[in-house]
Write a protein that binds this ligand. Structure first.
Ligand code: HAM
Length: 421
């Protein structure tokens, strides 16, 4: 779990801002659900034999309630969608969210125990056009965030019937070969054989090379959905790679499944930026209406590692510098006037020397210093010092706000004119 210090927060806010803007342009509205939900919700939605539920949840009992810090956002969003009867009000619901998630994983670069996801869910649209639009939106988002080498990996898992047939064939194939599997996958063979396809252990990887592919079991509806999705992505010129072995760590997926990677040099090939897919059976499975759904989540920390965007570190515009404690009261008043004029400023209320205050102004990135010494106080004036233009003017205090604003506006114009277009 990490602290995010003010030096770093600018990049976080920029990514969050670009995300919120992109999702709003695509008709999504923000939803905020609790960080804590009943443990049973995650067990039912994510699946009892997944790594997340078996090993990674922060669960605790409080009086008679078994509760869990949310390990992901989809289950909570689906619960809220059902609980508030949203389906009765709108046929298609597009929600986005951003916030912390909690998984007790082994920490490493890009993998934390409290991490942040930028996610979204669409309820009520079961068609492949919705899938294509979401994937295309994500690629545009990553490009806007200046993530290099963006790559989309796509698979179809089919519906629950398809999954059951594939599972049976997979178990028949793996059982006689069980002795060659890693000990962990031997256990998985009983509980969640699909996950063996995803194992990073070389012993497992060799065995699964000849395993039956889910694509041989897709029914006509699944095939049509996948073909149309690919058609739409082709029409959008959004490149993707079909990976028939792509499975994900959560059990709720049906049909479309996707992962997006990027910036391999910084994150390594195994580190996924965005994961998502359809979960057409979850809402009904949780006791809600029979509504199809699709969604995704991006790891914010991983996006920040992968992205080349920068954010200027924001300081203040002006420092009010009372020389001596007698000037502090007038300094506070002047600072309040400046802030009312929209100028970011601080007052040095410690009665420091002028030299000390100029040093502080530099450290804070303030362009203007407003000096209130003994004689300024007596005459009702202030010295306005522009540290970049190397100018100093004495003026009536009532004029200071306008002059400082003019100086800042002129400075930002001259910066703008130097920016490449
Ligand atoms: P997920 O693949 O478990 O999917 O997580 C999505 C993304 O969250 C990952 O690709 C990764 O970037 C980030 N992430 C996951 N665990 C960690 C961690 N321990 N540290 C840092 N980042 C992490 C879901 O959570 C699904 N709810 C996505 C979804 C929404 N599917 C449908 N709707």
């Amino acid at each position: 779990m990490n602290d995010v210090l003010p030096e770093e927060i600018g990049r976080w806010q920029r990514v969050e801002h670009v995300y919120a803007r992109t999702l709003s342009l695509n008709g999504f509205r923000e939803v905020r659900t609790p960080y804590v939900e009943p443990t049973a919700l995650f067990v039912r939605a994510i699946g009892e034999t997944t790594d997340v539920v078996e090993k990674e949840m922060y669960s605790f009992d409080h009086h008679d309630d078994a509760l869990t810090l949310r390990p992901e956002g989809t289950a909570g969003a689906a619960r809220a969608y059902i609980e508030h009867g949203v389906q009765a009000r709108e046929p298609v619901t597009r929600w986005w969210y951003a916030g912390p998630m909690f998984r007790a994983e082994r920490p490493q670069r890009g993998r934390y125990r409290q991490f942040h996801q930028l996610g979204a869910e669409v309820f009520g649209d079961g068609g492949p056009g919705c899938d294509a639009e979401m994937i295309d939106m994500l690629v545009s988002l990553l490009v806007e965030l200046r993530v290099p080498d963006v790559e989309v990996f796509l698979n179809s898992l089919g519906g629950p019937g398809t999954r059951a047939l594939h599972r049976e064939a997979l178990v028949s194939y793996l059982t006689p070969r069980a002795a060659s599997l890693s000990p962990y996958s031997q256990l998985r063979l009983q509980t969640n054989p699909l996950r063996i396809l995803d194992s990073k252990d070389p012993r497992d990887q060799e065995v699964v090379l000849g395993a039956p592919s889910i694509h041989d079991f897709l029914d006509a509806g699944d095939r049509e959905h996948f073909a149309r999705l690919r058609e739409y992505l082709d029409a959008l010129h959004t490149p993707y790679t079909v990976d028939a072995r792509l499975v994900r760590g959560l059990d709720y997926y049906t049909r479309t499944l996707f992962e997006i990677k990027g910036a391999h040099d910084k994150l390594g090939a195994g580190s996924t930026l965005v994961g998502g897919g359809r979960y057409d059976s979850m809402v009904a499975g949780l006791g809600g209406p029979d509504v199809p759904a699709i969604g995704f989540a991006a790891g914010l920390e991983r996006l920040l590692i992968a992205s080349e965007i920068t954010a200027p570190s924001k300081g203040i515009d002006a420092l009010v510098a009372p020389i001596g404690l007698a000037a502090v009261g007038s300094g506070l008043e002047l600072a309040r006037d400046l802030r009312r004029g929209g100028i970011r400023c601080e007052v040095d209320t410690r009665g420091s020397s002028l030299k000390g205050q100029l040093r502080r102004a530099n450290a804070l990135g303030a362009r203007i210093v407003l000096i209130l010494g003994e004689s300024e106080l007596a005459d009702g004036v202030v010295q306005v010092k522009d540290l970049e233009a190397h100018l100093q003017e004495r003026m009536a205090r009532g004029e200071a706000v306008r002059v400082v604003l003019d100086r800042l506006v002129a400075a930002s114009r001259s910066v703008d004119s130097r920016m490449p277009t």
